[in-house]
Design a protein around this ligand. Structure first.
Ligand code: ADP
Ligand code: ASP
Ligand code: MG
Length: 405
């Protein structure tokens, strides 16, 4: 007998017949004698339409109230699943985020989980209930509803798995595992049987939305094995585990892309101490995450400085930099939203040379220009023109020998 957490994503609970399919899967796991906690997403597309609805009311909806609205998506599916299970004579009970004691900070729309007491979940499990928890939501210390950022029910699932010391956290989605590249972009992508937490952290942060990055962080911290699999088949999926669990160290195990990026360039910035701080401090204070930064030296004590920010924050960052440019005496500021970041990731890169040059040559062969580069121990990323994104993923996938036979 095991304690199993199962999370079902939006496409797996898209309508009542899907919910019935999910209920049958849960019933099977329960009948095998396991303790089962289920975490649900909203029906596919519902979170988007709730956001649209609020945006139709006003351009910048109040963040507290938006979270109250968004949380209804997961409340609906959780109740419907519990109703379905009960109609099948299974002892099920649904819990909202606050009832499951998912305590978060106060950052509406992107809250972080601080603690999960899970007292209620444990009590219900002891009485052999199937516990259905609404994902993506928690509550702050004052009892306000918060949400955990897009894709956040993955994080709910892994954090609850950690809190109840589950044996495994199964993430059911519309693909049957984690692939060497997004299978919806690269049809030669191969399914991985295992991937390390670190590789998955990189893949998630570089555009592979199959798992929300914070869920992988939790899994690594509390050593929770994640099993990503399809809710439509019985096939084995991909295990996300510790690097030393006897896995093969591929030089490159995945290629990702992220179109959710924009770049900002400040031209002819005075090359003096303190200038970079003036450029980046206001952006950091506004909570905007800057990713890549490059600085080119020009003659005459001037430099050009380029950096990337998420698309959603592009306008705010650009307006801020226009003001800053005037203050520091930079010549001009311009932005570009039509960029994308492609990355190759692999723990084996640590002890191999030539990965970067192979990446650059592969892109060059297809005439894809590289605008910015950044590297870490286990990944290399290049910023390119957005229109070449899919081509670049496929070219790199082939160049690193990842294509399936
Ligand atoms: P869910 O609604 O179940 O949470 P998501 O849409 O958030 O599902 O995540 C699943 C999607 O992630 C897949 O449909 C796929 O397009 C995308 N994806 C991106 N990169 C990968 C990858 N390397 N392996 C598998 N899926 C990936
Ligand atoms: N429903 C939320 C979203 O669409 C959370 C999730 O699906 O994980 O982002
Ligand atoms: Mg998701």
């Amino acid at each position: 007998m095991s304690v199993i957490v199962q999370k079902y994503g939006g496409t797996s609970v898209a309508d009542l017949s899907q919910i019935r399919n999910v209920a049958n899967r849960i019933a099977k796991t329960y009948d095998q004698g396991n303790d089962v906690v289920v975490i649900l997403s909203a029906m596919a597309g519902i979170t988007d339409s709730l956001i649209d609805m609020a945006s139709d009311v006003t351009k910048s909806p109040d963040k507290r109230e938006l979270d109250v609205l968004l949380a209804t998506g997961e409340q609906t599916t959780s109740a419907l699943l519990a109703i379905t299970l009960k109609s099948m004579n299974y002892p099920a009970q649904s819990l909202l985020g606050h009832q499951a004691e998912v305590l978060t900070d106060q950052c509406h729309g992107n809250a972080r989980i601080i603690d999960i007491r899970a007292k209620k979940i444990k009590e219900l499990l002891e009485k052999r209930n199937i516990v259905v928890v609404a994902g993506f939501q928690g509550c702050d210390p004052e009892g306000n509803i918060t949400t955990l950022g897009r894709g956040g029910s993955d994080t709910s699932a892994v954090a609850i798995a950690a809190a109840i010391k589950a044996d495994v956290c199964e993430i059911y989605t519309d693909v049957d595992g984690i692939y060497t590249a997004d299978p919806n972009i690269c049809d030669k992508a191969r399914k991985l049987s295992v991937i390390s937490y670190d590789e998955m952290l990189n893949m998630a942060s570089l555009g592979a939305k199959v798992l929300q990055i914070r869920s992988v962080g939790f899994a690594k911290k509390f050593n929770i094995p994640i099993h990503v699999k399809s809710s439509f088949t019985e096939e084995e999926g991909t295990m996300v585990v510790n690097e030393n669990s006897g896995m093969e160290r591929l030089v490159v195990s995945g290629v990702t892309c992220d179109k959710n990026q924009a770049r900002i360039t400040l031209k002819k910035v005075p090359d003096q101490p303190g200038i970079a701080a003036k450029i980046f401090t206001p952006i950091a204070q506004a909570g905007i995450v800057v990713d890549m930064i490059i600085q080119n030296t020009r003659a005459g004590g001037k430099t050009d400085l380029t950096f990337t920010v998420p698309n959603a924050e592009f306008r705010t960052a650009l307006d801020m930099e226009k003001k800053i440019a005037k203050e520091i005496g930079a010549d001009d500021v311009f932005g570009d939203e039509n960029i994308a970041k492609v990355s190759v990731i692999g723990v084996g890169m640590k002890d191999h040379s030539g990965v970067a040059s192979k990446m650059f040559s592969a892109l060059a062969q297809d005439n894809i220009n590289i605008m910015m580069i950044s590297t870490s121990e286990i990944r290399i990323s290049c910023v390119i023109e957005e229109k070449y994104t899919e081509l670049a993923v496929r070219v790199l996938h082939t160049a690193f020998g990842l294509d399936k036979e």
